[in-house]
Write a protein that binds this ligand. Structure first.
Ligand code: MRU
Length: 371
């Protein structure tokens, strides 16, 4: 999508052919649009852990490029194993990380050392391009839902609420939850987005609002607890959020606070959709609350805030009394019963095991004694 009218991706191989990788530094948006060059495995691990790149699909693609950087340093079997383990530990909740690492290992493991880097670079580029195509397909399927709401309102403005950033900055391009909005907007549907600020890191206020603004999509930032009030007053037509890990039964794990929005949507009969690429489905899981590991991040993310002063300086300030303990659970699980539908690259389906298996038959469990 666009930054200052220029089509931009979140990650790309450096144009000088050095094998380095460049990323948009998401810790600096919206105050600056800056790129960072990743030269080493350490750089890639740090970029993921410190959230210079974030969002489930992008974490996966960044890990894929991280494998290339690791192989540049050591293409031995042990080196590959170490690279895999270090990247896997960088962030625990988004399953795309493990998924992309599995894809990369499959592409290089059985090759001679001398061929591994070239094979890895080719596979990482394929995963990046596939992510773009997948997200665009999610956008097309989801845009039809938004268009249906517009028709029901006689062409009136469709009000969408979203949480965190599941836009193009969370992927390589297009996004998941925001892709339907971009497609609808570009096709002339009047759509407005309520953007949850998304404490503690404010991905909504800093990233979602930034990218919607760059695309000219009307939007309003709201404090995280505003959604319930808006829904009670019929100011939200539908919610669309993303997912970091999805069970085969349709439970979704997304940024902390998503569950509360789903409860409010349920209580007010507002459709609650989750847009996700199939790479976020963990087919081994059946119970999200019991089985998904929730990342806990530094308490400082809760007790400090970063922003720009009137003189243009970007500073961090304390917002709590010194010494007050804080807890920082980064994600929560929304059970499938609260999800109206899942928007995937293959179409929209109910949030349940049968519907997901119908869309993705290759993951249907085989009967124990099936011949
Ligand atoms: O902690 P983050 O910023 O990586 O969390 C991102 C989210 O929760 C997104 O909603 C999720 O990754 C879906 S992205 C398309």
């Amino acid at each position: 999508m666009n930054i200052a009218g220029r089509p931009t991706r979140t990650i790309w191989p450096a144009a000088d052919g050095s094998g380095d990788v460049e990323i948009l530094d998401q810790t600096r948006i919206p105050h600056a649009v800056a790129t960072v060059r990743l030269r080493t495995l350490d750089d890639a691990v740090r970029a993921i852990a410190e959230m210079q790149v974030r969002g489930a699909p992008l974490i996966g693609v960044a890990a894929a490029y991280g494998v290339c950087l690791g192989l540049r340093e050591d293409a031995s079997d042990e080196g590959l194993e170490r690279t895999h383990d270090r990247l896997l530990e960088a962030r625990p909740t988004a399953v795309n990380l493990a998924w992309a690492l599995k894809e990369m290992l499959a592409a290089v493991r059985n090759r001679p050392r001398g061929d591994r880097l070239a094979a890895a670079s080719a596979r990482a580029a394929e995963l990046a391009d596939a992510d773009v195509a997948t997200c665009e397909a999610i956008g097309e399927h989801g845009a039809r839902l938004i268009a249906e709401h517009a028709e029901r309102k006689g062409g009136g403005r469709v009000e969408v609420l979203t949480h965190c950033n599941a836009g193009w900055l969370a992927t390589v391009d297009w996004g998941t939850a925001l892709a339907p909005i971009y497609k609808a907007h570009r096709s002339g549907v009047d759509v407005h987005v309520w953007v949850d600020e998304t404490r503690p890191r404010n991905q909504g206020a800093s990233l979602t609002a930034f990218e919607l603004g760059q695309e000219g999509v009307p939007h309003t930032i709201i404090a995280d607890n505003t959604g319930g009030h808006l829904m009670q007053h019929e100011m939200v037509d539908l919610c669309i959020v993303g997912s970091d890990r999805t069970t085969r039964t349709g439970d979704v794990c997304n940024k902390i606070g998503t569950y509360l929005k789903a409860l409010a949507a349920h209580d007010n009969s507002v459709p609650f959709y989750v847009a996700l690429p199939s790479s976020t489905i963990d087919w081994s899981l059946t119970d999200g609350v019991a089985q998904i590991l929730i990342e806990q991040r530094s308490a400082e993310e809760v007790t400090r805030m970063t922003g720009r002063t009137a003189t243009g300086e970007v500073v961090s300030i304390d917002i709590a009394a010194p010494g007050s303990p804080a807890a920082n659970y980064a994600f929560d699980v929304t059970p499938a019963r609260l999800v109206s539908g899942i928007i995937t690259e293959r179409g929209v389906c109910a949030a349940d095991e049968a519907a997901l298996a119908l869309l993705f038959p290759e993951h249907r469990p085989t009967a124990p004694n099936a011949g």
